[in-house]
Design a protein around this ligand. Structure first.
Ligand code: 5GP
Length: 190
């Protein structure tokens, strides 16, 4: 997605440890007109799959998924990263190792929000080693719903997540794939 790639070149900051900072438009301040274009692009890629629900993970995934959901006209369900008293009934969970924090935790969702007849689109901001996306896919599997696709805004193609997720047979599409970002220079695949 050209607009997104241009924005990454203009405003993203390469940090140590293979972290790309996109706080000015995606992870802290949100550029809503860019998010609208991202939502439209996801609809172009997955709009013919009769998606019934979008599934994401708090916190950054929520805004992206919510805006995309307006094009699909479906609800958004987000997995929670911490247990709270508000989580009740049957809970589906799966472990994640956080790429940015280096910690491990369970992502959780109430089973009642994912149905066996759902066709789910997972949406998230980044794909690095694949732990978050594979945990969401695992929860979809536990729910009995169909995982129709996974849409990622920025895939760091030099990390193993993309390969791992595609090898699981998941219909993964990323709007920008970064081939390398050595010495602060961002290079996209194709
Ligand atoms: P993975 O589970 O694929 O290793 O990492 C994906 C998750 O970690 C995403 O949900 C995202 O929040 C975070 N993440 C991974 N790499 C980056 C990065 O380079 N920059 C930012 N801002 N978040 C990242």
């Amino acid at each position: 997605m050209e607009l997104l790639k241009q924005r990454i070149i203009k405003d993203a900051i390469v940090r140590g440890g293979n972290v790309l900072k996109v706080d000015s438009f995606l992870n802290h301040q949100l550029d809503i007109s860019l998010l609208n274009e991202i939502g439209k692009e996801f609809y172009k890629l997955f709009g013919d799959l009769n998606i019934t629900r979008i599934f994401t993970i708090e916190a950054s995934g929520i805004a992206i998924a919510s805006i995309a959901a307006q094009y699909f006209n479906v609800p958004v369900v987000f997995a929670k990263k911490a247990f709270s008293k508000n989580l009740e009934g049957e809970i589906l969970k799966s472990p994640v190792t956080s790429f940015t924090k280096g910690t491990s935790y369970d992502v959780m969702v109430e089973a009642k929000f994912l149905h066996t007849d759902d066709r789910i689109l997972i949406i998230d901001d980044f794909l690095a080693k694949g732990s978050a996306l594979l945990a969401l896919a695992d929860i979809v599997k536990q729910s009995g719903a169909t995982l129709s696709g996974a849409g990622i805004v920025i895939e760091k193609g030099f990390q193993e997540g993309g390969k791992l997720v595609r090898s699981e047979g998941i219909n993964l599409k990323s709007l920008a794939v970064i081939k390398s970002m050595d010495e602060g220079k961002i290079v996209f695949s194709e």
